[in-house]
Design a protein around this ligand. Structure first.
Ligand code: ZN
Length: 152
């Protein structure tokens, strides 16, 4: 390889590295706004609960929570996908327990000692036995009425 070729290759590598950083920052920003959106949805749920309590309409039918809960689950999933994307762009992964960045090959988190699963299954949101729907949203199993009433 001539000097010029080596030089060119170096430029390309540096260029793609910068591109990767830009891409990662873009995804991180995206996740930040998704987290803000999640906060808004949490507030939405809180307001529903408060209004109902204030007006003596309690417990609320689960349908009332369906929209914000689905929205949060969707956002959670999208954030998870984005973290996966970042992970693919770097050689790092995020500790689910403490949020620190560790090498993909690490079996344990060097900060908190969390053990990483070997497989990279998406986080199980539902309780055991229930199936996640195909696209992970919309068709959410809300808690049963009995869960609201806490068994007389
Ligand atoms: Zn950790």
């Amino acid at each position: 390889m001539s000097f010029m070729d080596k030089f060119k290759q170096g430029v390309v590598e540096a260029g793609s590295k910068a591109k990767t950083l830009v891409e990662i920052n873009r995804i991180k920003l995206q996740n930040n706004s998704k987290k803000n959106e999640m906060e808004q949805q949490y507030q939405e749920i809180g307001k529903l609960v408060f209004d109902a309590a204030e007006e003596g309409r309690w417990p609320l039918p689960k349908e009332q929570f369906e929209q914000p809960i689905n929205h949060i689950l969707q956002l959670k999933w999208e954030i998870e996908q984005n973290l996966q994307l970042i992970q693919n762009l770097t050689d790092e992964k995020t500790c689910k327990s403490c949020g620190s960045r560790v090498s993909v090959n690490d079996r344990f988190c060097s900060k908190c000692g969390y053990t990483f699963e070997i497989t990279q299954e998406p986080v199980q949101i539902m309780e055991e036995g229930s199936q996640l729907s195909e696209n992970h949203n919309r068709d959410v199993n809300l808690p049963q009425d009995s869960d609201y009433k806490r068994k007389e």
